[in-house]
Structures are given as C-alpha cells and as structure tokens.
Write a protein that binds this ligand. Sequence first.
Ligand code: SF4
Length: 110
Amino acid sequence: MWKIKITNEARNDFNRLDKGMKNQVLKGMYKVSQNPLPTPNGYGITSKCNERCVHCYIPHENKVSDIEPDLFYDILNQCKNMKLLHLTLSGGESMLHKKFCDFLQKMQRI
Ligand code: SF4
C-alpha cells in the first residue's frame, strides 16, 4: 500500500475545491496508488563486451567487470517493490555475464 504525504498547503488547496473536483482528485490519487509504474528502466550487468563499436563510451581496457549476483537480486527486489513493469539488462554485452540465464529466470519468477 502506497502512502501519500499531503502538506498543509495542499490540504488547504484541496479543501477549497468543490465536491466534484474533490472526487476527481481522490479518484486520480487512488488510480495512481493502484497501478504499477510503467517507467522503463535499464541496468548494465557487465562492462564486458566482444564488440568494438566506434561510438562506445567504455574504453576497451575497462570492459572487465560483472555485477555481483547478490547486488543484482537486491536491485531486482527493489524494482519489484517499486512496481516497475520494465527492466532492460544491458552492458557491455549483457549475455557475457555468467549468470545471465539465472538473472532472466529470476526476472520471470518475480
Ligand atoms: S559496450 Fe555496446 S557500444 Fe560498447 S563495444 Fe560493446 S556493444 Fe558496442
């Protein structure tokens, strides 16, 4: 359940609305609190890559690190708690992470 904090100023503004507008505001707040956030989100799980794109922003000598699985699962749980609908795994080349398939399976189950 989401908690919405209302300031005194906002409460005073709300109290000045007519009954129809109050109902519209309350319906909107309810709708926002019930629906998941559709915000797209991407996360680089590795800097490793077997390509050499000229536009790459990662120096090739720095393409050596992977995210620790525990950190990834923690991020995944946080995304779930925020009700995110969309998470993109990126890199580097995300499929070079040794746990890539495990990450996908976990994402499907969560
Ligand atoms: S990380 Fe992306 S942009 Fe960089 S070389 Fe690999 S595929 Fe190309």
